[in-house]
Design a protein around this ligand. Structure first.
Ligand SMILES: [Zn+2]
Length: 112
């Protein structure tokens, strides 16, 4: 037997290359691992998109009154992208006056 469970590599059918794991020979297992890694990299780029759902944006931006920059930091993207998402979901971006009022409330702007 090639391995305890498999007679040969389930991918390429070889018995010449040693079994590594999950019915795959060293060669196929390495290729598969690299392919998974590439999928993961691809997935990584969409993480901000997955994070920024309409519900989460509404919660962070409208209810908790996070700034675009703060949300961008949480999502791992730029504030421009966050702003784009707000528009896409039809959430009104705050006016400058509102931003200032919120900043005042939070003690970000100190008036003398
Ligand atoms: Zn193989």
């Amino acid at each position: 037997m090639w391995s305890r469970k498999f007679e040969k590599c389930i991918n390429c059918g070889t018995r010449e290359v040693n079994h590594v794991a999950k019915g795959l020979c060293r060669r196929c297992y390495t290729l598969k691992t690299e392919a998974n890694h590439k999928n993961f990299e691809r997935h990584r780029r969409g993480v901000a998109d997955e994070f920024l759902t309409r519900e989460r944006l509404y919660e962070l931006y409208v209810e908790k009154q996070f700034s675009l920059t703060d949300i961008g930091k949480l999502a791992g993207c730029t504030r421009v992208n966050v702003h784009y998402k707000l528009q896409k979901f039809g959430i009104d971006a705050r006016s400058k006056t509102e931003v200032r009022t919120i900043a005042l409330d939070r003690g970000k702007i100190h008036t003398t």
